[in-house]
Each structure stands twice: as structure tokens, then as C-alpha cells.
Design a binder for this molecule. Structure first.
Ligand code: NAD
Length: 358
């Protein structure tokens, strides 16, 4: 199958590209190379004859039309997005432009391409989204595919809007769509502004390890390679028009997660004092959702998929990877905003302008 993957130079997109190539698919990677992108994530497959890269923005309709006409994919997997909640608090504009308007632009380009190809029944538009669209859970319950949307951050609201657009294009125009909503991912190549890399890198640097609030927030963590595997499973075997929730069945409080990582560092990179001594509690993120938990019954029962990597094992692999790949992360630490506390409700600028350029 020839798959056009948007956002293939990001954390999850690059895992999907690597796995798709390994599985024998042809891949066309379309990425605008924002601050969050890293082409080094793709070094292992960059010269593969089944791989092509287009440095383009999904908000550029003419570029999307041209890439589709030139490459003629059998499917689109849409991962390109602004993805960091804290950045969406400081500057929501680019989240609307990429996640909402960009998805709309890509959908229209995909629809035109699909219609020009006699509305091929085998074509797929697979939209990759997050469990954050469902809002925040209390102590009980889980997100199912029927849970009403209740996004609470600019990021999750923009992803919710994009999910609605994709489903509308399926219902109204008959575009063969698939939607997946996944829990928090972690693993190698995770951009150094997200929780798990921040914990590892601050610990290694001897800096304070910041935990938001009291660390009581609960997330359902999924190893990124498992997510990539689930996405390719849904793409190739999922029922058109259907939504699949993807989760790790690994619920854990942030503070327990951070302590586990510190324990792994004590073992893998020992020093005289425990890394957990570096933990500090900082002011919570505004609107911080308390708990996310995915009910993965549908993808397990209908497609036979379940995660292969347990949290303890995935964290061990991840900590080891960051210890072994300093060149990768030290380059990214110089990028704009990395290493600074973001999303603290500073007064907004008079005129907010998008940072990504077409
Ligand atoms: N990270 C998670 O835990 C998680 C969980 C569930 C779902 N998701 C979703 O998965 C997708 C990928 O997440 P990620 O963590 O890999 O993100 P990421 O921020 O690491 O990567 C995003 C990629 O998209 C590219 N991009 C951004 N704007 C673009 C534009 N306008 N045109 C073309 N390319 C653009 C960036 O250059 C980057 O390579 C997102 O849609 C996100 O909402 C993420």
C-alpha cells in the first residue's frame, strides 16, 4: 500500500513511518518541519526506495493537491498537528490554523483526489486524534467511543474540531474515513518538552524535576511503537467510518510515573544521591485534566489488537534510549521554548501570530 503520512517527522509520525516501511509499504511523508519536527528520527529509513519526503504545509491547498497528484497514495494517515497543551495556552492561534483549518484543507484536497479517482472504495483517510477530546474523568469510569466530547484546553478543543470535520466529510461526502483516539504516548524520540523526557533530562542534568500540582493527575500511557502498530492495524483492517479508542491499559499517577523513572535512573546511571531527591512540585497547569483512561474493548474485540509493551519495560527502554542518545536531544534542547515553563497564563500578546509559515 502507498500511504501518505502527514507529520511524519514528529514523535508518533516517525514511528509510524519506520514501521510502515518495515512492513513493506510505500510512504510519502508530508511535514512542514515546525519546531517539533526532527528528520533524524527517520535516519534509519531516509534512503529506502519506498520512502519520499515532501517539505510542505497541510494548510497549503495547492501544495496538497500537487503532492496527491504526484504521489497517488492509496491512503492518508493524518498526524500533522500542534501537539503541546502548554503551548496551546500561550498561543492558541496556530493550533486552530493547523489542527482545524489545516485538517479542513487536507480533507478538501483528499476529497478532490478521491473523487477524481472514481471515489475508490479502497481509499482511506485515517485521522489520528487524542483521548483528550473526551475531557477529564473523575476517580471512576473510562472513555469509550460513545463518550461525549468535552475538550477543556485549546489543544484538545482544536483536535475535537478536527475529529468532527473528518466524521462530517465521511457522512456528507462519503469519504472513507477512520478516526482513532489514543492516550498519552511515550518512548524514544519524544520531543524534550513533554513530561517523560523532561523528567529524564532534568534528572540527568542535576536540575529540579518539576511535577505539576500535587502530581495526582492520572494518564494511561502507551509505548509509541504500540501506537504505531495499532494505527497500521486500524488502517488496514478497520471498518470504514468507525472510531477506535487506543490505550495502554497502564493508568498511573504522574508522581508515581516520575518516581519510577527516577528509580530506573538510579539503576541505569547511578549517582551518590537518589534522583527522586530532585523532584519539586510547581504551580499546576490551568485547566489540568485530572484523569484519562481508555476502554480499548472495541479495538481488542474487533481487530484483535492489544499493547505489547508493559509500562515498566517501556520506561526502561525509554530511559536507556535517552542515556544513549544525547546528541539527538541536546540539539533539540536549543529550540524555541524548550526548557522554559510554558502555559502559565501570561497576558496574551496584542496580536497573536502563527509561528508556522506556509
Ligand atoms: N503525543 C501523544 O501522546 C499523542 C496522543 C494521542 C494522539 N496524538 C496525536 O498524534 C499526532 C502526532 O502527535 P506527536 O506527539 O507525534 O506530535 P509532534 O508535535 O511530535 O509532531 C507533529 C509533526 O507535525 C508536523 N506539523 C505541524 N504542523 C504542520 C503543518 N501545518 N503541516 C505539516 N506538518 C505539520 C510537525 O513538523 C511535526 O513533525 C497529533 O495529531 C496528536 O494530536 C498524540
Amino acid at each position: 500500500m502507498k500511504i501518505l503520512i502527514t507529520g511524519g517527522a514528529g514523535f508518533i509520525g516517525s514511528a509510524v513511518v519506520r514501521q510502515a516501511i518495515a512492513a513493506g509499504h510505500e510512504v510519502v511523508n508530508v511535514d512542514a518541519l515546525t519546531y517539533a519536527a526532527c528528520l533524524d528520527n527517520l535516519a534509519s529509513i531516509a534512503d529506502n526506495r519506498n520512502y519520499a519526503f515532501y517539505h510542505e504545509n497541510i494548510r497549503d491547498r495547492r501544495a496538497m493537491d500537487r503532492v496527491l497528484a504526484e504521489t497517488r497514495p492509496d491512503a492518508i494517515m493524518h498526524l500533522a498537528a500542534e501537539s503541546h497543551v502548554d503551548r496551546s495556552i500561550d498561543g492558541p492561534g496556530v493550533f486552530i490554523e493547523t489542527n482545524v483549518t489545516g485538517t479542513y484543507t487536507l480533507l478538501e484536497a483528499a476529497r478532490a483526489y478521491w473523487q477524481a479517482n472514481d471515489k475508490s472504495a479502497s481509499f482511506r483517510f485515517h485521522h489520528i486524534s487524542t483521548d483528550e477530546v473526551y475531557g477529564s474523568l473523575g476517580a471512576d469510569g473510562m472513555f469509550t467511543e460513545e463518550t461525549p466530547y468535552s475538550p477543556r484546553s485549546p489543544y484538545s478543543a482544536s483536535k475535537a474540531a478536527s475529529d468532527h470535520l473528518v466524521r462530517a466529510w465521511g457522512e456528507t461526502f462519503g469519504l472513507p474515513i477512520l478516526v482513532t483516539n489514543c492516550s498519552n504516548n511515550y518512548g524514544p524520540y519524544h520531543f524534550p518538552e513533554k513530561l517523560i523526557p523532561v523528567v529524564i533530562l532534568n534528572a540527568l542534568a542535576g536540575k529540579p524535576i518539576p511535577v505539576y500540582g500535587a502530581g495526582e493527575n492520572i494518564r494511561d500511557w502507551l509505548y509509541v511503537e504500540d501506537h504505531a502498530d495499532a494505527l497500521l492495524t486500524v488502517l488496514t483492517r478497520g471498518t470504514v467510518g468507525r472510531t477506535y479508542n487506543i490505550g495502554g491499559e497502564n493508568e498511573v499517577r504522574n508522581i508515581d510515573l516520575v518516581r519510577t523513572i527516577c528509580g530506573l535512573l538510579d539503576e541505569l546511571r547511578p549517582k551518590t544521591t537518589p534522583y527522586a531527591d530532585q523532584i519539586i512540585f510547581v504551580t499546576d497547569r490551568p485547566g489540568h485534566d485530572l484523569r484519562y483512561a481508555i476502554d480499548p474493548t472495541r479495538i481488542r474485540n474487533e481487530l484483535g489488537w492489544r499493547p505489547a509493551v508493559a509500562l515498566e519495560e517501556g520506561l526502561r527502554r525509554t530511559v536507556r534510549w535517552y542515556i544513549d542518545n544525547q546528541t539527538w536531544w541536546s540539539t533539540l534542547q536549543t529550540r524555541d521554548g524548550v526548557g522554559r515553563r510554558l502555559g502559565t497564563l501570561r497576558p496574551p500578546a496584542m496580536s497573536e501570530t502563527a509561528t508556522a509559515k506556509i
